[in-house]
Each structure stands twice: as structure tokens, then as C-alpha cells.
Write a protein that binds this ligand. Structure first.
Ligand code: SF4
Length: 328
């Protein structure tokens, strides 16, 4: 039998000190970690409970931005007036994730750290999974890879990141704040998740013992013209086959600036920089939108069972841009 100890952290410093023990893991809502523990994929020797830390506020920042504490529940964050009022895109994305019950439990910090739902990763009966067991191979590459990546994958792993929230955060230029044994640091959410390369066991750049303490949103630039579009196999409680966070800064029909970020297509939220470049400074019309949508999937390399995602992503970008711009 696997034994496990449990400690409730009093404050951030205490949490970080506790997490210095080998094999320790932070637990917030536990909605992903406990599933992985029950199936034997995660085997922590100690759980450091951070759910009661005073990190659950949503507050306005002096620069006009908003800070969301890491232990705020997904429900609380999505429905907070500061988020609903200034960052509708983020609210939409969070509310598109999981189920109401899970959103009530899951924390914002945990959402960023949730792990892929690749079938071969979540079922330990499959022995080949470089993410679970580095060097063992990847069962998905020659297996059933309908839900897998079409962009940024590697010969070691073709998994996708499952978070809806992270896709919107990248579009909103959000920053993640971390505290750890070496002090505090912050980095763009766009740089927090990583592509698999030859080390797919690492989903993010977080260091051992570091704790997510908050997410900072800069002053809203795209509040009026944004849309989160999620395409999935059923209407709720399903991960994205493809999702799109589209955000536009529009003036007199001209796109002054924009963000197009895709979910469900890569190991991290995928910013479609070429598509953005093509539309920036242009009028928001059907022709320019179609050109940008085609560029959003430039370089896609589908697997045997997910070629449909290329066209699906293109169509989703097209539709999300038209809705964001008030054309649909
Ligand atoms: Fe494991 Fe990644 Fe391959 Fe899935 S795609 S089996 S997570 S290595």
C-alpha cells in the first residue's frame, strides 16, 4: 500500500518550506491530482494543502489591471464582476471548462497545472508514455490520436494541453506570479507551458517547490470585441477538440491589434502569430478573416486520426473572429 502524509500550510512561506520534502505535491481543489493519484499516475509522498491560504481574492490593481489569487475557485474567478466586466473572454473560457461542480472545487492555479487527457497518459495499462515514464515511447503516435496535437508536437509526445482558461489568459497577455525557495518571479502565461520537445514529462517551466500565487491581467485592451469558441464532442463537460480565443482592438472597422490563440491543438496554448500579423492594420472583412484563419494553422502536421482538426481549427478561427468583430 502506498502511504501518504498530509500537511495544511499556514501561509505561503510555510507551504514552500513543506514542499521542500522529496515527493511532496501542493493540493488545491484536487480535481485533477486526486484522479491521477487514484489511477496510480501521481504518487506523492506528501500533500501540502494550499487551499486555505489567503490567496483567493480577485482585486483591482493600481495600473488598471486585475489580480486573481491562485486559490480562487474557477467559479468565483469567472463570475467576479471585475473579470466579467473587463475580461469577458476569460470568463467565457473558464465557464466552458469542466462542469459546474468541478469549477466550484478547482482553483485557478490548479487549472494552469492540469495535465493532459491523452488516453495513453491517463491509463497506466498502456506502458508506452514518455510523459508518464520518460524513455518508454509514445503509444499515441501509432495509436488512436483523434484528440492529439496538430501543431508543435515532437517525436516524443503529441499530447495537448487541456485548459480553456490558459488559452484566454495567453490572449489577454496575463502574467503568472510564482513563489519558491529562491524567492518570487513572474512570467507571461504564454511562456509558462512548454512544447514537448524531448522532455514531455515537463508540462510547464515551474520549478520544484514553486507555488503559483496569482495571475495578473494587464488593463483590458480587448474588452469590447472578444470571443471564446470551443468545439467539442458534446455540449458540456468535454475537453476541446479545438478552441479559439479571439480578441480585437477595432477602430472604424480597422483591426488596430488582435490576439488569436488556439486550444486543443498543441502541448500549450498556441498563439497564431502569422494570422495576427496578417490581420493587424487591415479591415475586418470576410476576405481578410479567411486569410488569417488559413494562416492560423500554418505548419500543421496532423496524425492519422486527427486531420479533421486542421479544417476545424481554420473554421473555428474564422467564426470566432467574425463573432468578436460583430460580423456574425
Ligand atoms: Fe504519453 Fe504524450 Fe504519447 Fe500521450 S502523446 S502517450 S502523453 S507521450
Amino acid at each position: 500500500m502506498h502511504s501518504i502524509s498530509y500537511e495544511r500550510a499556514r501561509d505561503v512561506a510555510h507551504a514552500i518550506a513543506l514542499a521542500s520534502a522529496p515527493g511532496s505535491k501542493f493540493i488545491g481543489g484536487g480535481t485533477n491530482l486526486l484522479d491521477l493519484y487514484k489511477s496510480g499516475i501521481e504518487r506523492p509522498s506528501m500533500l501540502v494543502d494550499v487551499s486555505r491560504l489567503a490567496l483567493n481574492a480577485v482585486e483591482a490593481l493600481p495600473d488598471g489591471g486585475v489580480r486573481i489569487g491562485a486559490t480562487a475557485s474557477n467559479t468565483f474567478a469567472a463570475n467576479h464582476p471585475l473579470v466579467r466586466g473587463r475580461y469577458r473572454l476569460l470568463s467565457e473560457a473558464i465557464l466552458n471548462g469542466a462542469s459546474a461542480q468541478l469549477r466550484n472545487m478547482a482553483t485557478v492555479g490548479g487549472n494552469l497545472l492540469q495535465r493532459t487527457r491523452c488516453y495513453y497518459f491517463t491509463d497506466p495499462a498502456f506502458k508506452q508514455c514518455n510523459k508518464r515514464e520518460p524513455g518508454s515511447g509514445c503509444a499515441a503516435i501509432d495509436g488512436f490520436n483523434r484528440i492529439h496535437a496538430i501543431l508543435g508536437a515532437s517525436p516524443a509526445c503529441i499530447a495537448t494541453n487541456p485548459s480553456d482558461m490558459a488559452v484566454a489568459l495567453v490572449a489577454l497577455d496575463a502574467t503568472v506570479r510564482l513563489a519558491g525557495p529562491d524567492g518570487e518571479r513572474s512570467l507571461p502565461v504564454a511562456e509558462f507551458h512548454r512544447l514537448p520537445g524531448d522532455a514531455p514529462q515537463f508540462d510547464t517551466v515551474i520549478r520544484q517547490g514553486e507555488l503559483i500565487v496569482a495571475i495578473d491581467l494587464p488593463p483590458a485592451a480587448f474588452g469590447a470585441h472578444s470571443h471564446y469558441l470551443k468545439v467539442r464532442d458534446r455540449a458540456s463537460y468535454a475537453f476541446a477538440l479545438v478552441s479559439v480565443a479571439a480578441a480585437l482592438d477595432l477602430q472604424d472597422g480597422i483591426v488596430r491589434d488582435l490576439r488569436i490563440v488556439l486550444g486543443g491543438v498543441a502541448h500549450k496554448p498556441w498563439r497564431a502569430a502569422q494570422a495576427e500579423d496578417a490581420l493587424r492594420g487591415q479591415s475586418l472583412d470576410e476576405e481578410n478573416i479567411a486569410r488569417a484563419a488559413a494562416l492560423a494553422v500554418a505548419g500543421a502536421q496532423p496524425c492519422a486520426h486527427n486531420a479533421f482538426k486542421v479544417e476545424l481549427a481554420q473554421r473555428a478561427v474564422n467564426r470566432a473572429l467574425r463573432i468578436a468583430g460583430g460580423l456574425a
